[in-house]
Design a protein around this ligand. Structure first.
Ligand SMILES: C[S@@+](CC[C@H](N)C(=O)[O-])C[C@H]1O[C@@H](n2cnc3c(N)ncnc32)[C@H](O)[C@@H]1O
Length: 205
């Protein structure tokens, strides 16, 4: 996604097929779900990462790996780059990004759930990398300035948004010209029954 940049005025257009739950309701489901998950941890995805990558991380970070892929493995991160991790959770990919970009770079994790940001900050103290920061906020309204990031990563988060066009509009705004976005997520290859699309565990899962 390095070319064909839409204008900042118009951003990305189009119909979002997933809008079956009102955005405010979906947001509350997400906050409730991940507010409960954050203190417990329940790794569903550390198997996505190579063993040598996992060896770099404390157990509690791995126990709170909830994504569906390994975006840093595809992002070709370079020294000195600024990386933003949308929906960072406990911070696993933010830490991997911080490690890849080195002390001249920066990794910024963003998560909407306050309990997750608290966990990520606890993890940051354990990991001890100086170039990581975490912010609470929504990926639909990224609390960062224009052209902040060289790379945006995300792992198992964008599919949850009822306003995906707004997520990508914000991503374009925050990315520097020529920047890139690399995310792991779920995609449908067929329609889901309406009762599944509306179910809270599907909205937040
Ligand atoms: C499945 S977890 C993935 C966490 C992390 N990326 C990982 O791989 O472990 C989804 C995370 O996205 C966050 N999230 C959901 N909707 C969000 C939004 N609109 N803006 C920012 N974060 C969001 C949740 O709070 C949760 O921490």
């Amino acid at each position: 996604m390095t070319n064909a940049r839409p204008s900042r005025e118009t951003g990305m257009q189009g119909t979002v097929r997933g809008d079956v739950v009102a955005p405010d309701e979906a947001r509350q489901i997400v906050l409730d779900t991940y507010g409960q998950v954050a203190p417990i941890g329940t790794s569903v995805s550390d198997a996505m990462y190579p063993e040598d990558v996992l060896a770099l991380l404390p157990e509690s970070v791995k126990e709170l790996a909830l994504g569906v892929g390994h975006p840093c493995g595809f992002a070709d991160l370079g020294e000195g780059e600024v990386v933003v991790d949308l929906g960072c959770g406990g911070g696993i990919d933010t830490f991997l990004a911080a490690s890849a970009v080195g002390p001249k770079g920066r990794a910024i994790g963003l998560d909407i759930t306050p309990e997750m940001v608290i966990r990520a900050e606890e993890h940051a103290r354990l990991v001890g990398l100086p170039n990581v920061e975490f912010h609470q906020g929504a990926m639909e309204e990224i609390p960062l300035g224009d052209e902040t990031a060289d790379v945006i990563i995300s792992n198992g988060v964008i599919s949850m948004s009822q306003r995906k066009h707004q997520v990508f509009r914000e991503a374009w705004r925050v990315l520097k010209p020529g920047g890139r976005i690399v995310f792991g997520d779920m995609a449908l290859n067929g329609p889901l029954p309406m009762e599944v699309r509306k179910h809270p565990s599907a909205v937040a899962g």
